[in-house]
Design a protein around this ligand. Structure first.
Ligand SMILES: C[S@@+](CC[C@H](N)C(=O)[O-])C[C@H]1O[C@@H](n2cnc3c(N)ncnc32)[C@H](O)[C@@H]1O
Length: 475
């Protein structure tokens, strides 16, 4: 077996925007997991890439004063809350700095300085959705190995262990979603064991119970979606009825039959078992109906603050055309629709577009329309002859006055950037969940735009993920 390269007494210089600590032994960049600047550690290389390597800590020499004991008993094994060893104030401080750093280093942007990050009022129990997995053979933690205790029943309901599709960590309590989430998972496990339901084995591809999704809303909705791996409607209904009996606050029950090897829920229809067909979430002056498979921002309260920033920043006189690109279920466009003349949303997932249309109806918004397709293709029709697409066969998008961008982590395609520069809307508000790709895109947009302001927003406490909003004005 090849020996792992090790380095001793390395001082962590800094942390990067992916949350890893940085050391540079022999001038090479090595990312270390679970460390803070100033800490001194021994490490072993776990993975090598061309420009950098990854390492794990093998011994500690010095701990940072910033470090605290993680509050969750599953921290060592669960891949969820990777930053629990840092108090929330510290997490915010680093996130704020990451934004300034990537904007400067990748985007060459020194000014304006980002506004102070907007943190969450609740740094725990902030998620409105958790996806749990069943497994016939659970992960045995290091502390269980050390204790020498025999675990007779190894069936589990919890989260996948980081990097292991076939191993599930039995979860006693999760701090990410408020009650009744923990009560539902505990009851589901007890029902499964008492009823001797089979747990799905991803390697053998056998067994009934696969996943359990819990979705909650600020208005009291509690939706449970059970995913099963066999065509057994009777068992799914019996399981869900028993769950409703144990946790009466569940308002909506669904199940999905997934006979494939892949855990992706999207191709399979959600079958209604009991209660309401949707749960309703309020977002400022709007309401959204959430179906079992529809996307919704996982931190509802902070999503409202994020959209509030976009709303506050829009400079509109009531007549403008606003393009909401990568619009999902239309949330941002609908949130600001009353400020402009018309909203046009573009999103690649047709079901999300259906939800956007439904959400405009639900909120009595008559000036928004939505198109399903690739932003790159649909945008090419914008403004008719401006982009040379006056003879387009599909929808022709009007020339926008204001554009909202909220792309996936990869950021914008160069063609999309090129088209935006040609369309030259007077204001662009760029919402990003990956400030480094946003910084790269800003190097192109700033050829024609000046940055008015930058606002980092934390949506995901206990992790290094965050959002950043940039307000751009045509020069
Ligand atoms: C970060 S989400 C934005 C969601 C939405 N703005 C919200 O706040 O709920 C990015 C969205 O872009 C969509 N998407 C990804 N690539 C796309 C493309 N090439 N064209 C159109 N939509 C795309 C995804 O399906 C996803 O809904």
């Amino acid at each position: 077996m090849k020996e792992q390269r090790t380095y001793t007494e390395q001082t962590i210089e800094d942390i990067e925007d992916g949350g890893h600590g940085i050391i540079k032994p022999e001038g090479k960049v090595v990312f270390v997991e679970g460390v803070l600047p100033g800490e001194v550690v021994d490490v072993a290389i776990t993975r090598k890439k061309r420009s950098h390597s990854f390492a794990k800590v093998t011994a500690w020499h010095t701990h940072s004063d910033d470090r605290r004991e993680p509050f969750c008993s599953h921290f060592a094994d669960c891949g969820g809350c990777t930053w629990q060893y840092l108090p929330y104030e510290g997490q915010l401080r680093y996130k704020e700095r990451f934004v300034a750093d990537v904007l400067r280093q990748i985007g060459g942007i020194e000014e304006p300085v980002p506004l102070p990050i907007i943190g969450c009022e609740e740094a725990i129990y902030y998620r409105n959705r958790l996806d749990f997995s069943f497994a016939p053979v659970r992960w045995i933690t290091q502390s269980e190995v050390d204790s020498g205790r025999t675990i007779a029943d190894r069936r589990a309901l919890g989260f996948h262990v980081k990097g292991r599709f076939d191993r599930v960590l039995e979860v006693e309590h999760c701090y990410l979603q408020a009650d009744p989430s923990n009560a539902i998972r505990t009851a589901a496990r007890e029902i499964a064991l008492a009823g001797d339901y089979s747990f799905h084995d991803p390697v053998e591809h056998t067994g009934l119970l696969r996943n359990l999704v819990v979705r909650t809303s600020g208005l009291g909705g509690v939706m449970v979606i059970l995913v099963i791996g066999e065509e057994r409607h009777d068992l799914a209904v019996a399981f869900l009825s028993a769950l409703k009996e144990r946790v009466p606050s569940i308002t909506s029950g669904f199940y999905l039959i997934n006979l494939t090897r892949n855990d992706d829920m999207s191709p399979h229809p959600a079958i209604h078992a009991f209660g309401d067909e949707t749960i309703t979430e309020r977002c400022g002056h709007l309401q959204f109906d959430i179906h079992p498979k529809s996307f919704y921002q996982t931190n509802s309260r902070q999503a409202e603050r994020l959209y509030g920033i976009v709303r506050e920043w829009i400079e509109a006189g009531g007549k403008e055309t606003l393009l909401d690109l990568y619009c999902g279920i239309g949330s941002i466009g609908l949130f600001v629709a009353d400020l402009v003349g018309s909203v046009v949303g573009i999103e690649s997932i047709p079901e999300a577009v259906d939800r956007a249309v439904e959400n405009s109806r639900l909120n009595d918004i008559g000036n928004a329309r939505f198109y399903a397709g690739d932003v790159r293709e649909i945008l090419a029709t914008a403004g008719g002859e401006i982009l040379g697409a006056q003879h387009a066969s599909g929808p022709v998008i009007p020339k926008p006055d204001i554009v909202i961008l909220d792309p996936p982590r990869a950021g914008l395609h160069p063609k999309v950037l090129e088209m935006l520069l040609k369309l030259a809307p007077r204001q662009i508000i760029y919402v990003s969940c990956k400030p480094s790709t946003q910084a790269r895109d800003l190097t192109v947009l700033t050829e024609q735009y000046r940055i008015e302001r930058i606002q980092p927003v934390d949506m995901f406490p206990q992790t290094f993920h965050m959002e950043n909003v940039v307000d751009l004005r045509l020069r």
